[in-house]
Design a protein around this ligand. Structure first.
Ligand code: ADP
Ligand code: XUL
Length: 520
């Protein structure tokens, strides 16, 4: 069997596959907010950060790993696991002092991970992808590296607030002593891989390309970008190594969950690159839309093409080559905010709720941003509504809901045009993908068929497939078995709505342009 672990924004999941039978053997999740309330992170991050700061608690991720493995070991024989791989929410970083390696090597099964490793944190909390506090650092890095286009060409992305390089620079500026004490900066993915292997793990190109530090062409750190970011940074970073490769064997600590001492720990990657694998989309042809805490839009890419507007990214594709990715911060969090504001449940967002209104929403439009947005960049503190008086006053729930959802997917269509491929087929994943009303709307707005896979957690599945591939199994063959679409899951677009949405995208773009909260 192979184990995939996904440490996402709101939960940590373990998923076991058996390639011999083509079955998912078990999957189990730990929800950070509800199951680990002692960390005060109801949505997976520490609320109330100032000036755009959003941090998570690395102790919480360690507790969740112990808890998930103890649960999994109660229902599955983990001695049969040949290899483990994993994925983490991207861009988030963990800061460790010089004792980290010794502590990893000395892990005692009688204690807990967080109890034994927390003293090695040189920064108590970890900035995560929702953090927008590094505007000044992005400008400084851009100037020092020779401009926007240079950074984009080398790393695949302009300097981006949530990316790890700008976050590291901010730490260096605000707390230089702790930065100096930091011997290792890990991504969440490589941090968890290090813990499982009991030794320092490399970063893979899929997650490494989300740092504004890696040279896409060579898959190594760029000296120009390192120097523009913070002093002495190369020595603080792990190496970059291919996604389908092995870090080492599992640390003896984990024998308490039944793992064999020969179990391998493969490379960990970012949740989106892992999801590309788990959605069977590593070769060009499928576009994936993931509706998790954030909404993301991604696809395998023939060659590295960057977004001239600076919002989209090029990441390493775990199967080789590249992938495009665009991230929308106001994904499920905005849908949840409107749902709670209106006092309705998800059924109001589903087919029946949407049937109360017509495609195009009679011209009522919403900029669907309930908090800061990254695509496009803007300091929104609530949605912007434009339409008839009743709508603008916030009344009439069905019209509000359609305006939010149409706004989200028009915004996605508008900001994915730079990739230059017409979607032949969209594969939908993430928590909100099970909502049939939302799935239908995606098909109509993109005028492309939408499919959903039989398995919901594509990042954890992708990680399990990466583990198997790193141990020598054939990835494409495994994808053909595991990445199958659910029976009757295909939704064809309603062609009669094409003209409505072609018009809607123009009026949406106009509303966006005229908005003063947008940051250019
Ligand atoms: P992440 O991996 O980022 O933690 P998930 O992919 O697990 O997130 O998605 C979780 C989110 O999915 C929930 O927070 C919720 O907002 C959303 N969700 C779950 N069910 C529905 C539904 N039926 N309709 C719309 N959204 C839903
Ligand atoms: C991608 C991004 C998010 C996180 C959390 O660039 O910031 O999708 O990976 O899922």
């Amino acid at each position: 069997m192979f184990l995939g672990i996904d440490s996402s924004t709101q939960s940590l999941t373990g998923l076991l596959i058996d390639p011999a039978t083509g079955q998912i053997v078990q999957q189990t999740s730990v929800n950070f907010g509800s199951e680990l309330p002692q960390f005060g992170s109801p949505s997976g991050f520490i609320p109330g950060g100032k000036d755009g700061e959003v941090h998570g608690d690395p102790q919480m991720w360690l507790e969740a790993l112990d808890l998930m493995l103890s649960r999994l070991s109660a229902v599955a024989d983990l001695s049969k696991v040949v290899a483990i791989a994993g994925s983490g929410q991207q861009h988030g970083s963990v800061y460790l002092d010089a004792t980290f390696n010794e502590r990893l090597a000395a892990l005692d099964a009688a204690g807990t991970l967080s109890g034994q490793l927390s003293p090695a944190f040189s920064r108590a909390t970890s900035p995560i992808w929702m953090d927008t506090s590094t505007g000044a650092e992005c400008a400084e890095i851009t100037a020092a590296a020779g401009g926007d286009e240079m950074i984009r060409k080398i790393s695949g992305s302009a300097a981006i607030e949530r990316f790890t390089g700008p976050q590291i620079r901010r730490f260096f500026k605000t707390d230089p002593e702790s930065y100096a004490r930091t011997a290792r900066v890990h991504l969440i993915s490589s941090f968890l891989a290090s813990v499982l292997a009991g030794k320092d793990a490399a970063i893979d190109p899929g997650d490494g390309s989300g740092m504004n530090l890696m040279d896409l062409a060579s898959s190594d750190w760029s000296d120009l970008l390192l120097d523009a970011t913070a002093p002495g940074l190369r020595a603080k970073l792990p190496a970059v190594a291919p996604t389908q490769s092995i870090t080492g064997t599992i640390a003896p600590y984990f024998s308490k969950y039944g793992f064999s001492s020969s179990c391998k720990v493969a490379r960990f990657t970012g949740d989106n690159p892992a999801s590309l694998v788990g959605m069977g989309a590593t070769a060009p042809g499928n576009i994936v839309i993931s509706l998790g805490t954030s909404d993301t839009f991604f696809a395998a890419m023939e060659g590295p093409k960057t977004d001239p507007a600076g919002f989209g990214h090029v990441f390493g594709n775990p199967a080789g080559g590249f992938m495009s990715l665009i991230c929308f911060r106001n994904g499920s969090l905005a849908r949840e905010a409107l749902r709670d504001e209106l006092g309705v449940d998800w059924s109001a967002f589903d087919v029946e709720g949407l049937a109360l209104t017509a495609p195009g929403n009679a011209g009522n439009r919403m900029l669907p941003f309930f908090g800061p947005e990254i695509t496009p960049r803007g300091d929104f503190d609530g949605p912007v509504r434009k339409g008839d008086a009743e709508f603008e006053s916030g009344a009439n729930p069905p019209v509000q809901i359609r305006a939010l959802l149409e706004g989200q997917f028009l915004n996605m269509r508008l900001h994915s045009q730079w990739i230059g491929v017409k979607a032949d087929r969209i594969r939908l994943t993430g928590g909100a993908s099970q909502n049939n009303g939302i799935a239908r709307l995606v098909a109509d707005i993109f005028q492309a068929p939408v499919e959903r896979l039989a398995i919901g957690n594509s990042a954890a599945l992708g990680a399990a497939l990466i583990a198997a591939a790193a141990a020598g199994e054939d990835l494409a063959k495994l994808q053909a078995v595991f990445c199958t679409t659910a029976e009757d899951s295909r939704i064809e677009p309603d062609r009669s709505t094409a003209a409505v949405y072609d018009e809607a995208i123009v009026s949406y773009a106009g509303l966006l342009k005229s908005n003063p909260q947008l940051i250019s």
